[in-house]
Design a protein. Structure first.
Length: 290
């Protein structure tokens, strides 16, 4: 791989292609519940309304709305929003009414406050809790995109509000895998129809851009002509880098976990779960933090 890394078009394709088939996404991750329990605890602790960045098909947002929280879901992909709307249609009216969906980009957003209707200057909506569950930030590949997103979150966070996110812990072993080789994964079972799928993955890691491209091939065991290939481009964040990014963009890390049960971070943990708040000005002259 060149030091230039993947082109922007390739990165965009490898983000969007993953979410065009919203039905498949929804089926694949329907049983992923451990992170949902954690985000429900966060909402119970900090209250709503909750702003979810990259709301997808509503795995987390629906659980929060069922708990009684108002949720605003921001999402770029129309198929994901359509699937979420279909799911919402099956919910009781009081749950439906708690969810507002906005099609837009998490890299730069501005949500007007509900009461700001006719006022000359648009007030911005403030949230006690902004969340980015399930690797959403790993789709922001450049520093400028991350900075814009963090500036937007800052603008929308209530004074004592928190920004809660999770991204994968970099899996260093996977970075050195032969990019020409397809690695067999455990056979998958589609939870909706019980069909079995043989799966293989190719890993390409660009050490300079820190983007890992994972190309997965799925072949149905009973009908091997049914094959689909799904790319996924994930920007990797090392823990200290994530802390620096947050720090120099006005946040401080309040809690940092290696899983959703609040275990410690270590080299083999899968996830980095971060609870960040707005960094308080130290007062007086600006000091350099060591
Ligand atoms: C792994 S899914 C997570 C969805 C949901 N938060 C969940 O936990 O199931 C990532 C989501 O982020 C969305 N996304 C990625 N980049 C985005 C961007 N720049 N603006 C808005 N949404 C984006 C994707 O379309 C996708 O729905």
């Amino acid at each position: 791989m060149s030091t230039e890394g993947h082109s922007r078009d390739a990165l965009r394709w490898a983000t969007d292609a993953h979410y065009e088939d919203a039905e498949r996404y929804d089926r694949t991750y329907r049983l992923r519940r451990h992170d949902v329990a954690f985000y429900r605890e966060m909402a119970a602790e900090h209250g709503g309304p909750v702003l979810e960045l990259g709301v997808g098909t509503g795995r987390v947002a629906l659980a929060l709305a069922r708990d009684g929280h108002d949720v605003v879901g921001l999402e770029r992909m129309a198929p994901m929003l359509a699937k979420l709307r279909a799911r919402l249609a099956k919910e009781p009216a009081e749950v439906r009414e708690r969810v507002r969906l906005v099609r837009g980009d998490i890299r730069r957003f501005s949500m007007p406050a509900a009461s700001a209707g006719g006022t000359a200057r648009k007030a911005i909506a403030r949230f006690p809790l902004v969340i980015a569950p399930f690797n959403v930030l790993m789709h922001l590949y450049r520093r400028e995109e991350l900075e814009q997103m963090l500036a937007s979150v800052r603008a929308h966070l209530a004074p004592r509000g928190v920004f809660v996110l999770d991204v994968r812990m970099p899996d260093i072993r996977s970075f050195t895998r032969d990019p020409e080789r397809a690695f067999k994964c455990p056979r998958l079972k589609d939870p909706t129809d019980g069909s079995l799928w043989d799966t293989a993955e190719i890993f390409q890691y660009d050490a300079v851009t820190q983007v890992q491209m994972i190309t997965s091939t799925f072949r149905e065991v009973a009908e091997p002509h049914r094959v689909y290939v799904k790319p996924l481009a994930h920007r990797q964040f090392f823990p200290q880098e994530l802390e620096l990014l947050l720090h120099y963009n006005g946040f401080s890390i309040r809690e940092r976990w290696g899983d959703f049960e609040r275990g410690p971070q270590h080299v083999d943990c899968e996830t980095q779960v971060i609870v960040a708040g707005l960094r308080r000005a130290t007062g007086g002259r600006r000091r350099t933090t060591r």
